[in-house]
Design a protein around this ligand. Structure first.
Ligand SMILES: [Zn+2]
Length: 126
C-alpha cells in the first residue's frame, strides 16, 4: 500500500455530510463584557449561541482572558449580518450628537433645551 498516507476517502466525502458533526462558527472573540454584549444581541435576534474560552481556538489565545461566541455554522452568515447591523444601530444611537448636547456633562442627566442648570446636580450652563 504505497499510497496509504493521508489517503482517507472519508475526508472528501465529509464535504457534503452535515449530519455527522455539526459545524461551529466563531462569531466573536474578545473580553467577557464584549462577549456578553454580543451574546445578548444574538439572543435578541433569535440565534442560539454559546460562550466558551478562547483557548479552544488555539494556544495563541491562552492566558489572555479572551472568550469566544460560537454558534452553528448554518446560521452564522445571516446572524453576522444582522448582528453587525444591530451594532451599527446601537453605535449611532449612542453617538448621536443631538443626544450629547442634551445631557449634563457632569452627571449625564437628560436636559431639556431651555435648561440653564442641571436639575440633577445643579451644574450651571448660563
Ligand atoms: Zn448634572
Amino acid at each position: 500500500m504505497p499510497k496509504g498516507q493521508g489517503g482517507n476517502p472519508k475526508i472528501q466525502k465529509s464535504m457534503n455530510d452535515t449530519s455527522s458533526t455539526p459545524r461551529i462558527a466563531v462569531m466573536f472573540v474578545g473580553g467577557l463584557d464584549d462577549c456578553k454584549y454580543t451574546m445578548k444581541i444574538l439572543d435578541d435576534l433569535g440565534f442560539p449561541c454559546a460562550l466558551d474560552v478562547a483557548e479552544k481556538m488555539g494556544p495563541q489565545y491562552a492566558n489572555r482572558g479572551y472568550y469566544i461566541i460560537t454558534m452553528p455554522e448554518e446560521n452564522a452568515q445571516q446572524a453576522k449580518e444582522l448582528m453587525e447591523q444591530k451594532i451599527r444601530e446601537d453605535l449611532e444611537i449612542n453617538n448621536s450628537p443631538e443626544e450629547l448636547e442634551n445631557k449634563c456633562p457632569a452627571c449625564g442627566a437628560d436636559l431639556s433645551a431651555d435648561h440653564t442648570e442641571c436639575p440633577d446636580c445643579g451644574l450651571n450652563f448660563g
